[in-house]
Design a protein around this ligand. Structure first.
Ligand code: NAD
Ligand code: LMR
Length: 327
């Protein structure tokens, strides 16, 4: 039997976590021979709910789940954690943009970054889910100077999955046949879902798709606005699909992405595609041996370039707003 991996999850009493925890405990993220210990953090007012969740986890008799720790102290939750999912943050409600959450949530990520730096395993891998996710990840990177910035990423996998779903429906093709999707930029309404590299059975989707006007008139805005439309329909932000995306993101990062595909991760920019260093930006990546590499040398159209720069400028503006937390 392998040694257990300690996985810390913040916002463990919230909506996303109610889908996430049970799937992780079932082995969906790290697969089926890896025992785990869950270290669950939420605020003091949520501790009673956390006790109920811990009871339910126990009652599921998951063979891989060795222990559940519940706490309101991030030092306890992050102690020796090798994987951390930072979900704990306020979600937006109807009429808000994700960036309206900056003032409310940024302080959480500065505090959690510092405590991760002090308490987590030095090689911990951190996924930021709480919004605005890209800028919150930047805050974590700056507040955890001893961690490798390559070990902190934020989630754009939900946008990536949403884009695949739209193409699958439009072309009546199976989900698994759609490869090489990309979402560039920010997890916001500005994000750039880019179909120009995507393939179905090694044929470019642009060669299969007859109606190219669909891309700008429907595909891009549908993916950009999907989070808003889910909030309007449910009265709450997406939860099960967000949990599913977090599991896919961590699975591929740790165990490797598919050999003939790539995935979207928001990572610290390194100058690739002329996006200046220093923002957390969605790029196509491949993952091997627990590391990601940005896919290089993709041709970018003039329109694509404009979308990409718009995202960069938006992220720069967000980072200006929280520059006091960047140290
Ligand atoms: P929720 O309100 O149901 O749950 C959030 C939980 O975080 C609550 O239990 C709350 O008590 C807890 N929390 C608040 N402050 C905390 C702190 N300092 N430490 C620990 N826990 C804390 O919200 P949700 O629907 O689970 O969404 C969580 C976040 O994820 C939101 O910011 C939402 O916008 C974001 N989100 C991101 C994506 C993405 O694709 N990146 C997708 C969906 C949701
Ligand atoms: C989403 O994309 O569904 C989440 O980021 C929640 C939101 O605020 O849209």
């Amino acid at each position: 039997m392998k040694a257990p991996i300690r996985i810390a999850i913040t916002g463990a009493g919230g909506q996303i976590s109610y889908s996430l925890l049970f799937r992780i405990a079932n082995g969906d993220m790290l697969k089926h021979e890896q025992p785990i210990i869950l270290q669950l953090l939420d605020i003091p007012q949520a501790q009673q709910a956390l006790r109920g969740i811990a009871m339910e986890l126990e009652d599921c008799v998951f063979p891989l789940l060795q222990q559940v720790v519940i706490t309101d102290d991030p030092r306890v939750a992050f102690r020796d954690a090798e994987i951390v999912l930072l979900v704990g943050a306020r979600p937006r409600s109807k009429g808000m943009e994700r960036k309206d959450l900056i003032e409310i949530n940024a302080g959480i990520f500065a505090e959690h970054g510092k405590i991760l730096n002090a308490c987590a395993a030095p090689y911990v891998k951190v996924l930021v889910v709480g919004n605005p996710a890209n800028t919150n990840a930047l805050i974590v990177i700056h507040n955890a100077p001893d961690l490798n910035p390559k070990n902190v990423s934020s989630m754009m996998r939900l946008d990536h999955n949403r884009a695949i779903a739209q193409v699958s429906r439009k072309l009546s093709q199976p989900i698994g046949s759609i490869k090489k999707m990309v979402i560039w930029g920010n997890h916001s309404g500005t994000q750039y879902p880019d179909l120009s590299h995507a393939e179905i059975r090694e044929r470019k989707i642009l060669d299969i798709l007859q109606d190219h006007t669909w891309i700008e008139s429907e595909f891009i805005p549908t993916v950009q606005k999907r989070g808003t439309v889910v909030i309007e329909a449910r009265g709450l932000s997406s939860a099960a699909s967000a949990a599913n995306a977090a599991i896919g993101h961590m699975h591929d990062w740790i165990l490797g992405s598919h050999h003939d595909d790539w995935v979207t991760m928001s990572v610290l920019s390194d100058g690739s595609y002329d996006i200046p260093a220093g923002v957390v930006y969605g790029f196509p990546v491949t993952c091997h041996n627990g590391d990601y590499q940005i896919v290089q040398n993709l041709p970018i159209s003039e329109l694509g370039r404009q979308h990409m720069l718009e995202n960069y400028r938006e992220l720069l503006k967000e980072s200006e707003q929280i520059k006091h937390l960047l140290g």
